[in-house]
Design a protein around this ligand. Sequence first.
Ligand code: AMP
Ligand code: GLY
Length: 431
Amino acid sequence: MKLPEKVNILLLGGGGREHALARSLAASPRCGRLHIAPGNAGTSACGTNVDIEATNFGAIKQFVLNHGVGLVVVGPEEPLTKGIVDFFESDPELKFVPVAGPDEAGARLEGSKDFAKGFMTRHSIPTAAYRTFTKEDVADGEAFLATLRPPYVLKADGLAAGKGVIIAPTLDEARAELREMLGGKFGAAGSRVVIEEYMHGIECSVFVATDGAGYRILPVAKDYKRVGEGDTGPNTGGMGAVSPVPFADDGFMRRVEERIVRPTVEGLAAEGIVYRGFIFIGLMNVGGEPRVIEYNVRMGDPETEVVFPRITSDAVELFEGIVCGTLDKYELTVTPQWATTVVCVSGGYPGDYRKGLPITGLGVSGRPETIVFHAGTRRAGEQTVTAGGRVLTVTSLAATMRQALDASYRAIAGIGFEGMAFRRDIGRDLE
Ligand code: AMP
Ligand code: GLY
């Protein structure tokens, strides 16, 4: 199977990740009409925004049929964990329209921490030791906590808007947290809680494209999750990212491939899961040995904003390989340049923040090495205004990480909106 020579594409999502995917798709000679649902003010420069939410399957179906869409690319996890792939495959009118992303069974790698941990155990994939508890066995959970050394890691089993992981410094706090989580703090997502061993090390993100049998490992990246400089303050969706990652050298990446990527792809197939999409592996480098923190079933954000700009081979053909089962023929090429991205966020994020604030300076940062990706933005008349916590993410490519960072920060100096905040120390821990 192949996609049409010119394929009309519907990309679901509306963040910085989707702007980066839209830019790479639009650059391909194979890209027909590109639609982004719902998109943001930036994606409208790459294609046509469509006012449909990424989880409104009924409206997506009508759009796909009315607009001759021949490929659906899913950005965020929610449509995947809600079964958009199964929805397409079981619909007589949609079943010939390929969707890049795993089905509901595959999406459990992200949708259920307990499933993901069980999967890793079944396939001998290195990860933190763990046990799962429900409210019937709180006492066993507390006893298990007492066998671990601090700090204590507790994870709500289901999706909890990125807030379901608690690192508790003391045993008392961990016990209290366990009771609160099983008592309904995260709703149904916390009806089961995974307690696991804390891993000491430095994190990186490995992205794998797979068609269910073959795979390609995309450029490795590191993101910065805490809102404050020096990795302080609350967790966010991500405040910046760099690619490549100095400590993820050839030897490390060989171990990642042998011990983690290959057993993951083979394990999915062995369990009867046909996985056509991205696997995002959050890794801890523990003294040179990679261990899995978590899986996600989509690309990362803001990692996509440094990974995709480094990919020089055709993006539509990458997706063709994923959905048609021909990835083994896809030649992935990557620039040796460094990519960095710095996220500009609304004042107050990740807490409460204002929306609708005009953004200035977007027209003037026209340096070739810098790309201003939009995340939470929208058009309001002639203006572009803020519409989310993460507003812009400013990516640069250069021969060194420092040059790329300097270019991103220079571009940010010319951009502004009331209350804009960003971290000035992206990449500094790697220098
Ligand atoms: P997750 O939502 O699973 O990515 O967890 C959020 C963050 O918590 C991760 O990015 C890590 O920084 C941290 N974390 C999760 N699990 C562990 C662990 N077992 N050991 C150390 N840190 C962890
Ligand atoms: N940057 C982390 C994520 O996309 O989950």
